[in-house]
Write a protein that binds this ligand. Structure first.
Ligand code: GDP
Length: 525
């Protein structure tokens, strides 16, 4: 097949973690290994300029930066690696979830002091839905953290996944001496004073090697004991279970000291999946197929709000993309030429004019492309699994100038199409409700409504905690609409949505309406 080599050398992934676990630090180290940046600090500098201010116009200016850091491409060990940013902290939004639908695997970073935290748990649920393979990096071993066995237990219990330690730490905090590779039997010695901090690899022929006694002193017994324990108790690494999303291999290290990162990266290029086949409504699409196809997973408003200029982030699923090629925009049933596309690329290759499965391209448009849109070379395909996720925060929208209700509707619907918030119109009553998975999005919507649509609004709290898309037979739905009208809304795509004031309330309603389906996600139509 013509593109086998190009496909097989690609790895497209994202990092999931809780804020402060070390995602930025590890990203930076990966980019350094990949030669995509020259010195540590570049990613952090971008990030802090993005977060240093809450002033909206400043944020506008920084949007250019967030476009370029949305996809970071680097090469390592013959592989072309696409690292997709998952917005976190304040800008946590549906985009964060949806990026996970465009990758083939993820890297989970856990702070060994804190263990599994809430945001990691949420993101992992999306991975589980898709059976995404997950590699784990247990970070900050240079600090006094939790017992490594407890950390594995934490993952098994809270994330419902088998763990398979690949490396094992020797001590931690002040006593951290390095990691022992359970399969290659190599000890990587940690020297915190070493200039590059990458650690010295010392080959110990098994645990009895006198070199270990020499290097580790009294801590060698602890290591021997632990390894013996693990041989009985830990799951051995099983590549198939990893690829099926059932088991996560675990690496220990310290990102800030660049310790353990290369071991992780080496395992990543060896085991992480190349672009996988993708499901459409009608059939599976193999990345090796010759015709080009792919889907949009994220829309970002561009620098000039007056022109409603947007960039659609598009994941290639099959075939080859060349600049200026004609494709079919399936939802619109139209042929379009993609002339104005950004191809994210490794720094050492200029003038790249083509892209392959696993790569992400940014297509400039004026609002014609929506999340979930499929492009092909003629076939009527629709990729599935790029859904909206039930919001967790809600606000009632109060229009301050009643003359502007048309402009408000237009603004709310268009902003919802970009995918950062969702909009709901009540079955009864006049007040729109918007929902988001992250709170910053409300601020963003308020500013953009004012500056781009000339509409001033106020937000009022509303006592909903979650929403579900409701499906069922016509008669049953009509009955439901009568009884629950106060809690029913129509979303931006015309789908019936039930809002619940508490988890208890939701459970209760689902119990009472057993013939209806209540969905936590909704596919874009
Ligand atoms: P993010 O929020 O997940 O992107 O986390 P950052 O990469 O910004 O890291 C959060 C904080 O933890 C920063 O102050 C880092 O310097 C620090 N940090 C990252 N890795 C390590 C590590 O291995 N050891 C220690 N002690 N601190 C680390």
């Amino acid at each position: 097949m013509h593109n086998q080599q190009e496909v097989d050398k690609r790895r497209t992934f994202a990092i999931i973690s809780h804020p402060d676990a070390g995602k930025t630090t590890i990203t930076e180290k990966l980019l350094l290994f990949g030669g995509a940046i020259q010195q540590a600090g570049e990613v952090r500098a971008r990030k802090s300029s993005r977060h240093a201010t809450s002033d909206w116009m400043e944020l506008e200016k920084q949007r250019g930066i967030s476009v370029t850091s949305s996809v970071m491409k680097f090469t390592y060990s013959g592989c072309e690696i696409n690292l997709l940013d998952t917005p976190g902290h304040n800008d946590f939004s549906e985009d964060t979830y949806r990026v996970l639908t465009a990758v083939d695997s993820v890297l989970m970073v856990i702070d060994s002091v804190k263990g599994v935290e809430s945001q990691t748990k949420k993101l992992l649920e999306v991975c589980r839905l898709r059976r995404t393979p997950i590699m784990t990096f247990m970070n900050k071993l240079d600090r006094e953290g939790q017992d490594p066995l407890d950390l594995l237990d934490d993952i098994e219990k809270n994330l419902h996944m088998q763990t398979a330690p690949v490396t094992w730490p020797v001590g931690m905090g002040k006593r951290f001496r390095g990691t022992y590779h359970l399969y290659t039997k190599e000890l990587t010695f940690f020297d915190p004073d070493a200039a590059n901090g990458t650690g010295q690899v010392l080959t110990a022929t098994g645990l009895d090697d006198p070199l270990l006694d020499e290097l580790l002193g009294s801590q060698v017994d602890e290591l021997r004991h632990n390894v013996e324990l693990l041989e009985g108790a830990a799951h051995p690494f099983d590549k198939d279970a990893y690829l099926a999303g059932q088991q996560t291999p675990v690496f220990f290290g310290s990102a800030i000291n660049t310790f353990g990162v290369q071991q992780l990266l080496d395992a990543f290029v060896e085991y992480a999946p190349a672009p996988l086949p993708r499901e459409t409504i009608s059939r599976m699409v193999s990345p090796y197929e010759e015709p080009f196809s792919g889907f949009t997973f994220k829309i970002q408003a561009n620098m000039d709000p007056a022109h409603r200029d947007r960039i659609a982030f598009f994941r290639i699923c099959s075939g080859k993309f060349t600049r200026g090629m004609k494709v079919r925009h399936v939802r619109l049933g139209r042929e379009v030429q993609i002339a104005n596309a950004t191809i994210f690329m490794a720094q050492d290759r200029t003038n790249v004019e083509e892209a392959w499965p696993g790569d992400i391209i940014g297509i400039h448009n004026h609002g014609t492309i929506k999340i979930g849109d499929t492009f092909t070379q003629g076939e009527e395909l629709k990729f599935t699994g790029i859904p909206s996720f039930a919001p967790e925060h809600f606000r009632k929208v109060r229009l301050l100038n009643p003359m502007k209700s048309k402009a408000l509707e237009k603004g709310l619907v268009q902003l919802a199409e970009e995918g950062a918030t969702q909009v709901f119109k009540p079955l009864m009553g006049a007040d729109w409700v918007i929902g988001a998975v992250g709170l910053l999005q409300f601020e963003v919507v308020m500013h953009r409504l004012e500056f781009e649509y000339g509409v001033k609004v106020a937000f009022e709290p509303v006592s909903y905690v979650t929403a579900r898309w409701v499906l069922g037979e016509k008669k049953e739905i009509e009955e439901f609409e009568k009884k629950e009208v106060m809690h029913l809304y129509i979303d931006g795509e015309g789908k019936l949505t039930y809002m619940a004031g508490s988890q208890w309330r939701l459970d209760n309603t689902m119990e009472n309406w057993k013939k209806l389906e209540f969905h936590e996600t909704s596919e874009h139509s």
